[in-house]
Design a protein around this ligand. Structure first.
Ligand code: NIG
Ligand code: FE
Length: 438
């Protein structure tokens, strides 16, 4: 008698499990597990756990078995089958840093940068984040919800099943709360799972330019306490960099967030080495993101305090940065590296984690295996959502993609074409560009 499950995924040339433990390869490096998913750190991240010819059994939205196909088919029966047709099966991508609530795009700024303007110059002239703030404040709730829905559809079509998503283009109590409410509604209605972050400290709004402290007090005394009380977000973030918040200002914001029970994430040292990574470590932040200009001391402090670097190569590409984050030094320090799209209208209008994996390989010098782990398991380890995700092993959620490529090395190697054929979320096919059932 065979065991009944809901779905069997078969016909894969490779299954990328991101779980080397399945092969008895236990972690050599230790890292504080803060959520449901333990990261792979240091050189452990070199192994993405590829299983050639494996199949998966799925029941109640969870993976119950991964095994050689013949063995799995001998043990399980299912009313539904998903044929990978010789493709590669990977965990649904986890995008650990996005800004998907905005009203208008900013392609004009991309062109201005091509003509020589810098991101900081555009911001100082009232563009950049400020132009997105003006647009969001003028938009209706329905318009914003519709745009957000379009962004989430694109994530899903690109194989992303879970995102971290920030507010940060309203910069008033009402508009910051609105963005987080919309994300909450989208989480309930859309297949993509959303872990929310309040980024009211994205910039100091122009109307507070002469009294920055007054806005910081508004964030700490009014915006963040209500966010925590109403359960609108799990984390808070601050943009600590040249032309944004100073380290002292950011410390005040982070301390306020911590006091009301929010987890901390930091936009850190993207444009200048201001010491934001050190601050993230001092405050016990879950992540420090960007890190293009991080100092050696910042890396050491992050490793000591268990702060995960979230690297965003899409912004290096879109901003034409000459420098990128020092991946080798981070690996040598034993850090687990995550990568993310930073999807936003200004510095990375890139929804695809497949594209981000290519950029991580081409710009950051990561291997495909490292980048795959960074875009799945390690990204999931920075979130607070329940359930194992970002890996394919028994007990994990059945969030996966069938890619129309014969092996995982095509990620990075092939770019400019979306290889995502089928997306499964919690055991259900939620996107397919061909008949997924077989
Ligand atoms: O992560 N660096 C700060 N914030 C965003 C950019 C936002 C924008 O320019 O609209 C980022 O790159
Ligand atoms: Fe960002």
């Amino acid at each position: 008698m065979k065991e009944d499950v809901d779905v069997i995924v078969h016909g894969a040339a490779e299954v990328v499990t991101c779980a080397p433990e399945l092969f008895g390869r236990e972690a050599r490096h230790a890292w504080p597990a803060r959520g449901a998913v333990a990261a792979l750190c240091g050189t452990d991240q070199d192994d993405c756990g590829v299983w050639s010819g494996a199949a998966l059994a799925v029941r109640d939205g969870e993976i119950v078995a991964v095994d050689d196909e013949a063995a799995l088919l001998a043990r399980f029966d299912a009313p539904e089958r998903l044929d990978a047709r010789g493709g590669t099966v990977v965990p649904g991508f986890v995008d650990a840093h996005t800004h998907p609530v905005f009203a208008t795009t900013r392609e004009g700024e991309f062109d201005m940068r091509a003509r020589g303007a810098s991101y900081q110059e555009i911001t100082a002239a009232g563009g950049g984040i400020f132009s997105s703030v003006r647009a969001l404040r003028d938009a209706s709730r329905d318009e914003l919800a519709a745009k957000l829905d379009t962004h989430l559809d694109r994530f899903l079509q690109c194989g992303t099943t879970t995102i971290e998503a920030k507010s940060g283009y309203g910069l008033t109590p009402q508009t910051e709360w609105l963005a987080l409410e919309l994300l909450g509604e989208a989480d309930a209605s859309h297949a993509v799972d959303i872990d929310r972050t309040c980024l009211a400290a994205h910039q100091v709004p122009l109307e507070f330019r002469e009294d920055r402290d007054a806005y910081i007090r508004l964030v700490v005394d009014e915006i963040l306490p209500a966010v925590a009380e109403r359960g609108l977000a799990r984390s808070a973030d601050v943009f600590c960099d040249q032309g944004a918040y100073t380290v002292d200002e950011a410390r005040t914001v982070l301390a306020g967030a911590q006091a009301v029970g929010l987890d901390l994430r930091v936009h850190a040292d993207e444009l200048a080495p201001v010491g934001a990574a050190e601050l993230a470590a001092e405050m016990g932040a879950r992540t420090a993101d960007h890190l293009v200009k991080v100092s050696p001391g910042g890396i050491t402090a992050m490793a000591e305090k268990g702060v995960t670097p979230v690297l965003l190569p899409g912004t290096c590409f879109s901003l034409r940065l000459a420098e990128v984050a020092p991946v080798e030094a981070m690996r040598a320090a034993g850090l687990p590296i995550a990568i993310a799209s930073d999807f936003n209208p200004g510095t990375s209008y890139i929804p695809s984690m497949v594209q981000i994996i290519s950029l991580a390989c081409g710009l950051l010098g990561m291997t495909v295996a490292q980048a795959l782990v960074a875009a799945t398991r390690n990204a999931a380890s920075t979130l607070g959502l329940p359930g194992e995700r970002g890996m394919l092993r028994p007990g994990a959620r059945a969030d996966l993609c069938v890619l129309d490529v014969p092996n995982h090395l095509f990620l990075g190697y092939q770019t400019g074409w979306n290889p995502v054929d089928v997306v499964m979320k919690d055991g259900r096919v939620v996107h397919a560009r061909r008949d997924a059932r077989q």
